[in-house]
Design a protein around this ligand. Structure first.
Ligand code: MN
Length: 322
């Protein structure tokens, strides 16, 4: 699909609704606010909506952050979803709506009327920029939103998705006026006290498995209640598990009120088959899934068994190749 087509679709709609996934991260918020700001400047009737009422506070410096609503008010608008691998991640019933699906998740379910999914892009904002940058002016506000998404999803330019094109994209955004210093400051120097307190508790649970190649951590409801941690305060804790020298896969299991959320990270291995086995998805080295209810230890056990199984399968495949 050419970017011209997207502009044509946008021009054909009187109003537009921009969505991103529940419990949004900086890519979800940055990409959706970037597109919102761009279309506002184009004089479109546009709304930006996220189902979660609790948004990551450290992103409040982004232009139009306060404009994010939590319900869809437009009835027959064009829906643009940002960074949503599956339709249920939007949190809304979108039956009979025309959907433009802008994403970079390898496991995207292509639920859109038009699917603009590029797993080679490091962030959804990179997909959005490629599609829209040629047809619409990129203001410094838009560039700042897109840069925030990029910096966050590349974990400060450290992930395997970072290549020459990613750096070139960053340079282009900075040339458009992206306030990179403010983005870096807000993303790295605004930890809430609760986020450090809950990290402390999570680190106490750090356990090694499979000859120290797998590390797991757990956060239960008690820890969340005592520390006052919000969902966004748990972002990034799993990176500590994966950062250990011998560890290839890091796991965190978080017990929310009505479900358990599991986040997975890896250094080299493609762990999407692991997330997909449990009904989730994501990226090659960063993915996850949720389970409606269950015992945290039993779930961990199942994950560890599945890792062993996948590793054995991979070994067999490699033996065949050799
Ligand atoms: Mn993303």
């Amino acid at each position: 699909m050419q970017s011209q087509d997207l502009k044509t679709i946008i021009d054909n709609y009187h109003s537009i609704t921009i969505l991103s996934h529940i419990n949004p991260d900086a890519d979800a918020i940055g990409t959706s606010l970037g597109i919102y700001t761009l279309l506002k400047a184009y004089n479109k009737r546009v709304e930006v909506v996220n189902h979660s009422t609790e948004l990551p506070q450290y992103l409040d410096f982004l232009p139009n952050f306060s404009k994010i609503k939590h319900q869809i008010d437009y009835k027959e608008s064009l829906i643009i979803t940002c960074n949503c691998g599956s339709i249920d991640r939007t949190g809304f019933d979108l039956t009979d709506r025309v959907i433009i699906n802008i994403d970079h998740h390898q496991t995207n379910q292509n639920y859109g009327t038009v699917n603009l999914v590029d797993p080679l892009c490091a962030a959804s904002s990179q997909v959005a920029y490629i599609l829209l940058g040629g047809d619409f002016p990129i203001s410094k506000e838009v560039a700042t939103c897109f840069y925030t998404a990029l910096l966050s999803d590349t974990r400060y330019f450290t992930t395997s998705s970072v290549d020459e094109e990613v750096f070139a994209f960053a340079v282009e955004l900075i040339a458009h006026g992206a306030d990179h210093q403010s983005v870096t400051f807000n993303l790295t120097q605004r930890h809430s006290l609760a986020s450090l307190r809950v990290l402390e508790k999570a680190l106490e649970t750090l356990t090694l498995h499979h000859s120290a190649t797998v590390a797991s951590m757990q956060v239960d409801q008690g820890m969340i209640v005592t520390t006052g941690a919000r969902v966004s305060d748990l972002d990034g804790i799993v990176e500590y598990a994966c950062s250990l020298t011998t560890v290839e896969i890091g796991i965190i299991l978080v017990q929310h009120k009505s479900y358990i959320k599991v986040s997975l990270r890896s250094k080299n291995q493609d762990i999407t088959p692991l997330a997909e086995y449990f009904g989730g998805g994501g990226h090659r080295n960063a993915c996850g899934f949720t389970i409606a209810f269950g015992n945290i230890e039993e779930i961990l056990d199942k994950i560890l068994k599945q890792i062993e199984l996948l590793n054995n399968q991979n070994k067999k495949k490699q033996e065949k190749i050799c």
